[in-house]
Design a protein around this ligand. Structure first.
Ligand code: HEC
Ligand code: HEC
Length: 273
């Protein structure tokens, strides 16, 4: 005890002295950049190792896990015709979250359960730092099976691997009228019905914004329409604060085609020098 109080008194006495303060500050200013420079190569080589582990799992699979490339393509480019989403260049935290949401969804069984309130597991939880997290589920027979085999480390490695892959979208041609209607919805929304524009969340060119708002450009048209349908029927119920569910519920079948065609028509590239 005496040692603690001795140090406390010593510090208070010393820190009252302005020159000790400036000496401490100067010391910190020299030390901090040094620590950052020393830690940087260490952390980036660690990331490199995680990425390599992710690549191995994605390409070869494991005893339990089907290789991701069988469906998502060699470079995570997805499949436009089959409507399989691209993974290349997506935000790592978005990928991780989706894999968790797929893993959380119960597998389809023949047993018919009583319907439960849709938002039962989605009660918002507010943490100390005021982030609101709404855990949810995403149903897809293939991905539910795959995601349940992954460990938290696997999800981390796969997310790092796919987010660093390059991707170049091939713009798809559509008739002028469809594109024009799609553009109107994407850039303007329907203010007369209170529907915000897609760009207000998905970024000015639909290239996504941070970990929460995924890109729409470069995703297959069929996939986008299918996801909006899934929000409408509740098979995808994993968006923060139901942001996307409220949008999806206001879209007509025509809207879905127009806006998906518009985004498939855009050029875009990521992680390409
Ligand atoms: C059997 C085919 C198949 C395999 C294997 C597969 N996926 Fe998928 N994946 C799909 C399909 C189909 C979808 C779209 C499902 C839906 O409608 O939600 C999808 C969706 C995803 C998504 C969501 C993308 C988005 O934009 O929201 C992620 C992330 C993903 N897969 C990661 C992986 C990873 C990582 C692996 C390997 C461990 C993998 N997948 C293996 C078929 C597959
Ligand atoms: C208020 C914000 C907001 C607006 C406006 C919005 N979205 Fe979204 N959207 C989201 C969020 C959040 C997600 C991701 C949910 C999650 O975490 O899985 C999403 C996801 C999507 C996805 C799935 C992408 C993928 O990779 O799986 C599609 C498709 C989509 N939105 C289409 C649209 C379209 C079309 C519009 C305009 C009509 C639109 N969104 C407007 C918030 C928004």
């Amino acid at each position: 005890m005496w040692l603690v109080s001795y140090i406390k008194h010593f510090l208070i006495a010393k820190l009252k002295n302005a020159s000790t303060w400036s000496a401490l500050l100067a010391g910190l200013m020299v030390l901090l950049p040094l620590m950052i420079v020393m830690l940087f190569p260490f952390s980036s080589s660690l990331d490199q190792q995680y990425r390599l582990a992710g690549e191995r799992l994605a390409s070869n699979g494991s005893r339990d896990t089907l290789a991701c490339i069988t469906c998502h393509g060699r470079q995570g480019e997805g499949d436009f015709v089959m409507g399989i989403p691209r993974l290349a260049g997506l935000h790592p935290d978005y990928i991780k979250k989706q894999l968790e949401d797929y893993a959380r969804a119960p597998l389809r069984t023949r047993v018919v359960l009583d319907p439960i309130a849709r938002d039962y597991i989605k009660t918002p939880r507010t943490y100390g730092d005021l982030t609101v997290f709404t855990p949810g589920t995403r149903h897809n027979d293939e991905m539910n099976v795959v995601a349940k085999t992954l460990s938290p480390e696997d999800r981390h490695n796969l997310a790092l691997y796919y987010s660093a892959l390059p991707f170049v979208a091939t713009p798809k041609a559509y008739d002028f009228e469809t594109l024009e209607r799609g553009e109107d919805l994407a850039l303007r929304g329907k203010p007369e019905y209170g529907l915000p524009a897609c760009v207000s969340c998905h970024g000015p060119n639909g290239q996504g914004f941070g970990a929460v708002f995924p890109p729409l450009v470069g995703q297959p048209m069929v996939y986008m329409i299918d996801q909006i349908n899934k929000w409408q029927t509740g098979r995808r119920d994993n968006d923060h604060l139901s942001l996307m569910k409220n949008i999806a519920n206001q879209l007509t079948d025509g809207d879905k085609i127009n806006v998906a065609a518009y985004y498939s028509n855009q050029s875009y590239s990521v992680n390409v020098e």
